[in-house]
Design a protein. Structure first.
Length: 297
């Protein structure tokens, strides 16, 4: 009976894949055939059982026969329920696995889209700045061009990467901030503090720090008299981007889509959450540095 039931389960699974709309009918057939085959097998075994137990095999022993059929029905039901439970668990695990893969692909697509949006916008501003610098100071324009080349070289090398070492990310940040320093001069102040150089070998999501720096410059007002102060600090197992707040438009609310994208990417990759602090005076985002590139894949 167990072999028959297993065979019927396999037929059901195969048929359900081929004809998903008839799942209910196939399920009814499986139960019906399982009960029939189970009772038939137990009735076939009834004479053997009766002879071993010295019970007359006449059909008028209906009470014993009815009890035997009832037992066979209960056993068949238990086996069917166990099979259904296994099928249910298998389908649930497969569904969760498919959902995780879909969510990962969606996040990867959003990540790629974000990168594709950053590069043209950044290049447009950089080329305009380069044009203005060459008119004003060709030597400074050449320095800016070298910084831009280094930045783009690093960006291209990490374009298809999910994660990068902290050292790689900081190189991108330094190139970016050096370019902005040339552009804004004394209106921008930045500092990099590394508590433990060994942490430079750790991993964070690729292109996770530079957008934070860009947002700080984009959303704040700063002048020579009131410079924008940015601090990138590694302390313990975290890397933090910190800046003072002097919002460009007090009434304008940011969609924070870039920050949300970073938070989702980081959560999927590491299982951890970024730490965002805003006390009205300063704004900071902290990311935990991981020891492995494929942290959660």
């Amino acid at each position: 009976m167990l072999i028959t039931s297993n065979l019927l389960v396999w037929i059901l699974k195969y048929s359900a894949k081929k004809f998903p709309d008839n799942l209910f009918k196939f399920n009814c057939c499986r139960y019906t055939l399982s009960y029939i085959s189970g009772i038939t097998i137990y009735l076939t075994l009834w004479p053997i059982f009766a002879s071993l137990a010295n019970i007359p095999t006449r059909l008028d022993n209906y009470k014993l026969l009815a009890a035997f059929i009832a037992i066979s029905t209960v056993l068949t039901t238990i086996i069917l329920f166990l099979h259904d439970f296994v099928i249910f668990k298998e389908n649930k695990i497969q569904t969760e696995l498919d959902y995780s893969r879909l969510q990962l692909r969606s996040t990867q697509a959003e990540n790629l889209l974000l990168k594709q949006q950053i590069h043209p916008h950044f290049l447009f501003n950089s080329l305009n700045t380069l044009k203005a610098l060459y008119k004003k100071d060709p030597n400074l324009g050449e320095v800016y061009l070298l910084q831009l080349a280094d930045f783009l070289r690093s960006a291209v090398s990490l374009n298809n990467s999910h994660a990068a070492t902290l050292e790689q990310e900081l190189e991108i940040c330094k190139n970016y901030l050096n370019m902005q320093k040339i552009r804004f001069n004394n209106a921008l102040e930045w500092n990099l503090q590394i508590e433990n150089p060994e942490m430079l070998k750790g991993y964070i999501p690729a292109f996770s720090l530079q957008p934070l720096l860009e947002n700080a410059i984009k959303h704040n007002i700063f002048t020579k008299e009131m410079p924008l102060k940015i601090l990138i600090e590694q302390r313990d197992s975290y890397i933090t981007v910190f800046n003072v707040i002097n919002l460009r438009n007090a009434g304008e609310t940011s969609t924070k889509s870039g920050l949300s994208n970073l938070a989702e990417r980081y959560l999927l990759w590491s299982g951890e959450e970024i730490i965002v602090k805003n006390d009205g005076i300063s704004f900071s985002v902290s990311i935990k540095i991981m020891s492995h590139e494929n942290r959660n894949y």
